[in-house]
Design a protein. Sequence first.
Length: 309
Amino acid sequence: MDTLRLAIVGYGKIARDQHHPAIDDNARYRLTAVSSRNASVADVANFESLEALLEQGPEIDAVSLCTPAGVRTAQARLAMASGKHVMLEKPPGATLAEIETLREDAERHGVTLFASWHSRHAHCVDSARQWLATRQIRRVDIEWKEDVRVWHPGQAWIWQPGGMGVFDPGINALSIVTEILPRPFHLTDAQLQVPGNCQTPIAASLDFVDGENVPIHAEFDFRQQGTPPIWNIHVETDEGRLTLEAGGSRLLIDGELREEGPDAEYAGLYERFATLIAEGRSDVDVSPFRHVADALMLGHRHTVEDFVE
Ligand code: NAP
């Protein structure tokens, strides 16, 4: 397959920290252009908007949209209408319905749409799924806690409608759990802590149940301070307790380390995107996003102290 000529759109934290290095390390891609309102990237064509890039830029095959969800759908539609394959950062949109529009656009224009979930590419996620497939699951506990000031510096959008607050990282946990558990599950209760000056939760406590009445509990919190983030999932089964630690990069059974690997989530995402393009397919799974929408629909809101960065 020819090298894919790729453009990054939105050069913020995740584009700098993860996308750009992963693209540079993958021989299937060449970073050809960047669209950014603020940044300028060396050795590629730079544009202030996606419109300008598409009109005046060098020929490209695909775009990777690293902007917040609130602006991404319009960008995805524009890129697909110009015949470009599109990779969406998570979450895939600001509403569930707009993702159906994107899905239809991709089909109509004959391009690949990849709604990426980077946490599903964490080193031990697939091993966890395989280990759980042959066991009876009794209960699941998710702890996803990080310091918003460290992980989301200056990101005012996260507190606005569509920004999802603590669900922005929490959805990563949901993307793993929807991948490793054998059955679908649904929300039964949600308690949301919303700062008085914000539109989105700073913490959330969620209860789900699956079709065999297995309870699944999640605690998401942005107020974690002074320690590394806690990104853990525990699954009690008839044959022991599986723990995925560090966002899925470590797997333990009954507290004993069984597998550990480096952070190569974005390497995995770009491999998958190239494979989907080569096979002429799209991959658009909204299941993690649907749980967040349900939590925002069903949740009890509790006002807590204002958030000041
Ligand atoms: P960020 O640092 O705020 O970067 C987003 C970039 O998008 C901004 O720097 C800006 O880039 C562009 N942008 C922002 N508002 C825009 C607007 N109204 N119109 C056009 N462009 C706009 O955020 P981020 O952390 O990189 O997050 C971006 C996405 O990646 C989010 O969906 C997030 O969930 C996901 N993500 C984040 C992390 C993380 O750890 N931070 C991890 C995984 C995934 P320019 O200045 O270049 O235009």
